[in-house]
Design a protein around this ligand. Structure first.
Ligand SMILES: C[S@@+](CC[C@H](N)C(=O)[O-])C[C@H]1O[C@@H](n2cnc3c(N)ncnc32)[C@H](O)[C@@H]1O
Ligand code: SF4
Length: 429
C-alpha cells in the first residue's frame, strides 16, 4: 500500500514503479472465491392493467375497460424475458426473489401465469431455488381456481390491496369491491395457499372520509383476518390523481391533514405492537416477525434486479435501466426483436453511498460495520453531526454496530434517510 505522507515531508526522488493498488500483499484466496461466484439477483415482472382506476392511485395503469390486448402483452413480456436474459447474460445467476407487481397482476388468466413462469423457468437456470415468489392481487380478481393455480406454480407470498374495510371510504376511493368481497378474497387466498404462502394486505392511511373511528375499525378488520403481514402506506395526493384534483385543487372532498395522518399512523403502530405485529420496514408489520418481502428488502439493500414489462426498471451492477412506459411502443419494439429499454443511469461513488443510506434506512437499521467494510471509512465521517442531532431529537439510536430508527423515527418515514442523504451530499460538495 502507498503510505500517505504530507507533501512537505516528501523528498523528491525516483520511486519504484507502482503497478497496482492495493499492493499484492492484500490479495487473498477468499476474495477470489467470492469474485468467482455469481451474485444473486431478483426479478420483477410488471403487469400494467387494472379492473378500475382508483381515485388515489398514482401508478400509470391501463383500465381493462379500455380493452387492452392482454394476451399480446403477455407474449411480448415473454419475448422480452428471452432477449433480456441473453443480452445481459443473467441466466446463470442465483435467483433470490421474484415479484409480480402492477397494476394488478392477479387479473391475468391462469394460462398467462403458466406461460410467464414457464418462460422464467426456462431462461433462469436457478429459478427453482429462489427464496420467494410474490404476486400482487386485488380482491375482485381473486378466485379459488386462480389461487390454486398460483399455489401450484410455486407462489409463496400474496400481497392484496384492500386500502380500507369501510364501504363508504372504499366507494369514495373509486374501487370496485366492498368490505365483504375483501374478506372473501382473503379467505379464498388463505384456504388455497394452505400454509404455502403468506398474505400481506395493503391499507392506506389518509384516504378521503377517514376518521379516527373508521381507521380503528379498519385496523381491527385487518388484524381479524389473521394475515401474516399488514402494510400501511401514507396516501400521497400526487398531481396525476383524482384525489389531487378533488381534494387539493377543487377542494370538493376533504382529506385528513398531515397531523391527523400522523395520528392514524401512530395509532396503527401501537395497535400492531399490541397484536405482536413487528415492523421490518417503516410501513410493513408482520405477525411475530413471520413474513418479509425478500424482494423489496433485498433491492433496498442494493441487490441487483431486472425489471421485465412496460415501464419496468432494474438495477444491474453500477447502473439503472428502464423500459419505455408507452404500452404500444413496448409491444412494437419487442415484436421487432429489440429490447424496449428507454433510459438508464450510471451511479457515481456518491450515488452508491446515498442510495445505501436512503434506501437502507427504510429497513429500520443501517449496519455501520458493514458500511465501513464496504467503503473503507465510517459513515460518521460524512454525517457525524447530523447523526448526533437525529439521535438527540429521538429519531434514531446509534451503537457501534448500527443506526436504528426509534418509534418516532418509524413514524416519520423517510425523514431520517432523507436528512442523512442531504448531509452526505453536502459533505461531498
Ligand atoms: C400496485 S398496487 C397493487 C395492488 C392492487 N393493484 C390493488 O390496488 O388492489 C400497490 C399499492 O400501492 C398503494 N398505492 C396506490 N396509490 C397510492 C398513493 N397515492 N399513495 C400511497 N400508496 C398508494 C396501494 O396501497 C396499493 O395497494
Ligand atoms: S390502486 Fe391498484 S387497482 Fe387501483 S388503480 Fe392503482 S394499481 Fe390499479
Amino acid at each position: 500500500m502507498v503510505a500517505i505522507v504530507e507533501r512537505s515531508q516528501l523528498e523528491p526522488k525516483r520511486l519504484p514503479l507502482i503497478t497496482n493498488y492495493p499492493s499484492f500483499r492484500k490479495w487473498n484466496k477468499a476474495a477470489l472465491d467470492e469474485k468467482l461466484q455469481d451474485d444473486p439477483m431478483c426479478i420483477y415482472v410488471h403487469i400494467p392493467f387494472c379492473t378500475q382506476r382508483c381515485s388515489f392511485c398514482y401508478y400509470k395503469t391501463v383500465d381493462l375497460k379500455e380493452r387492452p390486448e392482454v394476451d399480446g402483452y403477455v407474449d411480448s413480456l415473454c419475448k422480452e424475458i428471452e432477449m433480456g436474459v441473453d443480452r445481459f447474460d443473467i441466466g446463470n445467476r442465483p435467483i433470490h426473489a421474484v415479484y409480480f407487481g402492477g397494476g394488478t397482476p392477479s387479473l391475468l388468466k391462469e394460462h398467462h401465469f403458466v406461460k410467464i413462469i414457464e418462460t422464467l423457468r426456462n431462461k433462469f437456470k436457478h429459478f427453482e431455488s429462489r427464496n420467494q415468489l410474490s404476486v400482487e392481487a386485488e380482491p375482485l380478481t381473486v378466485s379459488k381456481s386462480k389461487m390454486e393455480t398460483l399455489a401450484k406454480l410455486g407462489v409463496t407470498r400474496l400481497s392484496m390491496g384492500v386500502q380500507s374495510f369501510n364501504d363508504k371510504i372504499i366507494k369514495l376511493s373509486g374501487r370496485g369491491h366492498d368490505e365483504k368481497q375483501a374478506y372473501r378474497a382473503i379467505d379464498i387466498a388463505q384456504k388455497a395457499g394452505n400454509g404455502q404462502w403468506t398474505i400481506n394486505i395493503d391499507l392506506l392511511s389518509g384516504l378521503a372520509g377517514e376518521t379516527p373511528e373508521t381507521w380503528a375499525e379498519s385496523l381491527e378488520c385487518a388484524l381479524n383476518t389473521g394475515v401474516e403481514s399488514i402494510t400501511v402506506y401514507k396516501m400521497e395526493a400526487f398531481a396525476n390523481t383524482e384525489v389531487y384534483k378533488l381534494g387539493v385543487r377543487e377542494e370538493t372532498i376533504e382529506l385528513p391533514d398531515d397531523e391527523q395522518e400522523i395520528e392514524f399512523m401512530r395509532y396503527a403502530m401501537e395497535r400492531f405492537e399490541r397484536a405482536n405485529y413487528i415492523p421490518w420496514s417503516f410501513f410493513t408489520y408482520t405477525k411475530n416477525g413471520s413474513d418479509e418481502s425478500k424482494y423489496i428488502s433485498s433491492i433496498w439493500r442494493g441487490m441487483d434486479f431486472y425489471g421485465f414489462g412496460v415501464s419496468a426498471f432494474g438495477s444491474l451492477g453500477d447502473g439503472l435501466l428502464q423500459n419505455t412506459s408507452d404500452l404500444e411502443k413496448y409491444n412494437e419494439i419487442v415484436n421487432q426483436g429489440e429490447l424496449p429499454l428507454a433510459r438508464g443511469y450510471r451511479f457515481n461513488g456518491l450515488d452508491l453511498i446515498v442510495r445505501e443510506v436512503l434506501m437502507g434506512m427504510k429497513l429500520l437499521t443501517l449496519d455501520l460495520k458493514g458500511f465501513k467494510k464496504r467503503h473503507g471509512f465510517k459513515l460518521q465521517t460524512l454525517c457525524g453531526s447530523t447523526l448526533k442531532e437525529l439521535a438527540d431529537e429521538g429519531f434514531i439510536t446509534i451503537s457501534e454496530q448500527e443506526v436504528a430508527l426509534t418509534s418516532k423515527g418509524i413514524l416519520f418515514g423517510d425523514f431520517v434517510g432523507q436528512t442523512l442523504a442531504n448531509a452526505i451530499e453536502k459533505a461531498y460538495r
